[in-house]
Each structure stands twice: as C-alpha cells, then as structure tokens.
Design a protein around this ligand. Structure first.
Ligand code: SUG
Length: 440
C-alpha cells in the first residue's frame, strides 16, 4: 500500500451566484428563489472554509467557476446577434432561461464527477467520470466545461483516466460523488465504494425527482474497473427524497471506516449495512453511526444539513472531525446530537461548525462544495499544481473576489448586459491565479 492523501477540491463560487429557484426537490432552492444573493460573500465563505482545512494541515484543491452566462444554451434556444442582443432578448422573452444560463451551480463540486482512487481500480490509475447532471436543466450544462477542467487538472494518461460523461438520458441520470461514498482502512489502501441510487433505469417515480439511476452507478463502477466484490449498490429511500434529500449526501457521509447516516437514508438499511460488511471483509471493520429519527427528525436533518458535512481525518487528532454547517449548531436536535456524539467514544470526536450560508441557501452545504480525490504522492505531483491551495493563494483569490464580484445580485440584475463582462473578467483573473488561463 502506498501513502495517499484525501484532497478536497472545492468549487470556487462564481460571480453569478444567485437564487434562481431552479432545483425541484431542493427545499432551500425553492424557499429562497428570487432573493438577493451576495456572490462576494459566498465566495469569501467558501475560501475561508478551504483555509480552515489548509491550516489543519490537509491538502486542499480548488476548481474554478465555469464560464457564465452560458451563451451556447441561449443560442441553442434560438437567440442570435451580438452578445448584448442575445442577453437583451433572453431577458425580455425568456428570463427563466437567462437564470439557467447564469447559474453558478458548478460550485457544488461533489456533483462534478465520481472519483475512484488508484488503489481501487483494475489498471491502477485514478479514474474520474464527470457527472452528466441530466435531471436539472441548469446543471446539465456543466459537464462539458467540467470535463475540460478535469482534463487540465488531471492531465496525463499514465496516472489519470478522465472519462466522458454518461449518455444524456434519464436512464443514465448521474449526479456524481454526491451519491458515492468510499470507505477504507487508510486512504491509500484498497477500499469499498458505495453507490447510492434513487431509481432504476426506466422507472418513473411520482413526487420529487430521483436524480441517480442504478444503471448510471453501475456504468461508472464498470468504467472505473472496480472489483465487483468491493462495490455496493444501495437504494436511497423514497421517503428521504420526498423530504428534500435530493442527493444521498444530504442524509449520509462516510470517511475511512465510518459511515454516518440518518435512519431514513436507505430503503433497506439492514441490507445496505450487511452488503457493506461483506464487501469490507478482510479490509477493515465497518463503523456505522446511525442517527435515529427519535433523536433527529428527518426534517431537522435536512433543514440543518447535519449530514452534508465533511468527515475528515485531521493530522493531529485520533478521531474524525465533522466539519458541519453552522445551521446544524442552530438547530436544537442536531446540536444536541453532536454534543452527545463527541462526548461518547465513537469514531467522530469533534464537530467544527462553518458558515457557508450563501451556498446553504441554495441547498449546498460543506460537503456539496468539495470533490474528494484520494491521491498518492506521485499523483499529487503529476496533477496541475496551480490548483493546490496554500494561504497565500487563498489570499490572492480573496483579493480577486473582493475586487471583481458584486455584493448584491437579484435575478432581475441578470438582464444588465454589463454583468456578463464582469463575470468574464472576474473568471479570467481567477484563472490567472490558478495558472489555468487555457480554460479562459
Ligand atoms: O443541484 N442547487 C444544487 C445544490 C447541490 C448540492 N449538492 C450536493 N448535495 N452534493 C442542486 O440542487 C440551486 C440553484 C438555484 O436554484 O439557483 C441548485 O442548483
């Protein structure tokens, strides 16, 4: 087994962060639709969360925002002429589409891709499959640019395999790592990969959409060359989806040998745990931490986003640290649960609360904002170095954000033609800091 680090690649929140109300089944997105957002503050909060991990001695990466507005969408929708003509006509005739074209949703990099570390794959390479995000129109626009970013960051066939997104059809609906958990003894050791899906291909469900199919999860596992005996496919409970858990990571997070989840997360909890125990035999002993409904009602879990936390091994601590949204401290049941949990002798020894409220108001907590990539030292040395964060680079990005981002953005402001130029200039400056000008 070679040494490996878990690198969190956070999405750098883009200048067009706004409350579009675009995600059916995402309660926060619906509740805050039309509100005024603060992109500058959103990006600041995200960068300070990254700083916390850098200071803790973890390896932290960043993925830049995608180009917005997405003119391709507007042209495909029949708008033509100059950029200004296109924006003016879209604002007049299709304001909903303009919101879609401006969405900064790529900030939630847990949905950028599914990642299998080289310790798990047949060819010994690190595999990434960009998620097609086919269920939501605004998110379905992400994967071509996300793929380009991943190819730039993880370049070189010797170590990395960046696959194409799955076919754009609802049978292959894929939301990436938000429905995927990797468990292991040590990051560098062979692990078990848990894929959580909400429906079968071809199955139609009433109510809120199930954004991941079993077929999509299986296709990713196959492409990554995972061992069948070390892969588990479990169905997310319909009840969780109907309560607003549009991704499994709203009710479940895992790290190392620990799976922290709500009682209502899976359709068949006993079956899922049994399968995980079987898959991990000989590798590690699974430590499930199930939160009962009686302690934390599902509604509180989803409102507070307790489970949408980062579960991390800090270098100087014996037990895992849960980096949770501040809303989980402000919600009585989840705060009480956390207090009891850390006072006990389970695998989670501390909870650190962070303020990512701007993202939370669109349904994105600390876990949504990061893509976990377990990397060996060689892989770390082979990837693009400009995206690996230290405090100076975070300062440099903060300076760009402070200078180029608006601190007030309402959906009506998207009609301002000057805003498109602002977004382009801000992104170009960020790309310069990250030495990724090729993506401009
Ligand atoms: O896909 N919100 C995102 C939130 C994604 C959270 N990610 C994870 N759970 N991993 C979504 O629903 C809202 C955009 C808007 O309404 O403007 C949005 O896309």
């Amino acid at each position: 087994m070679s040494f490996a680090a878990e690198v969190n690649f956070d999405g750098l929140i883009g200048p067009s962060h706004n409350y579009g109300g675009l995600s059916d089944g995402n309660l926060a997105s619906a509740k805050n639709a039309g509100d005024v957002s603060n992109p500058r503050e959103a990006a600041r909060q995200g960068l300070e969360k990254m700083r916390l991990l850098v200071r803790a001695g973890l390896v932290q990466g960043v993925l830049p925002p995608l180009p917005r507005p997405n003119f391709d969408l507007l042209v495909q929708a029949g708008f033509g002429g100059s950029d200004r003509d296109i924006l003016a006509a879209a604002a007049r005739e299709a304001p909903q589409l303009l919101k879609v074209a401006y969405s900064a949703s790529a900030m939630w990099t847990a949905n950028a891709a599914t990642v299998s570390p080289s310790a798990d794959t047949a060819d010994g390479r690190l595999h990434l499959t960009p998620a097609n995000l086919s269920t939501m129109l605004h998110r379905s626009l992400e994967h071509p640019d996300t793929t380009a970013t991943l190819v730039s960051v993880f370049s070189g066939d010797e170590h990395f395999a960046v696959h194409s997104a799955l076919p754009m059809h609802s049978d292959f609906a894929d939301e990436g790592a938000a429905n995927h958990v990797r468990l292991c003894a040590e990051h560098g050791a062979r692990g078990v990969e848990l894929f959580v899906y909400g429906r079968e291909a071809g199955e139609s469900t009433a109510g809120f959409p199930a954004r991941q199919t079993r077929l999509a999860s299986e296709a990713v596992a196959r492409a990554h060359g995972l061992e069948a005996s070390r892969s588990v496919f479990a169905r997310q409970s319909r009840r969780a989806i109907e309560a607003g858990a549009f991704h499994n990571d709203v009710v479940c997070v895992g790290a190392r040998d620990t799976l922290f989840f709500h009682e209502a997360a899976f359709e068949d909890t006993a079956g899922a745990l049994e399968a995980l125990k079987r898959a991990s035999s000989g590798l590690f002993e699974l430590k499930p931490v199930m939160v009962p409904e009686a302690d934390v009602p599902l509604g509180d879990a989803i409102r507070s986003y307790l489970f949408n936390s980062q579960l991390l091994q800090f270098p100087d601590e014996d037990r895992l640290v849960l980096v949770a949204p501040i809303e989980a401290q402000e919600t009585a049941s989840t705060r009480r649960f956390c207090e009891g949990m850390v006072a006990g002798n389970g695998p989670i020894g501390r909870v650190e609360f962070v303020d990512v409220r701007q993202s939370m108001r669109n349904g994105g907590g600390p876990a949504c904002l990061r893509l976990r990539v377990v990397m060996t030292e060689t892989e770390l040395g082979a990837c693009h170095q400009g995206v690996l964060m230290d405090e100076e680079t975070i300062d440099a990005l903060q300076a760009v954000v402070a200078r180029t981002y608006r601190d007030r953005l309402s959906p009506a402001d998207l009609a301002d033609p000057a805003f498109a130029d602002e977004c382009r200039i801000a992104r170009e400056e960020l790309l310069r800091v990250l030495e990724l000008e090729e993506l401009a």
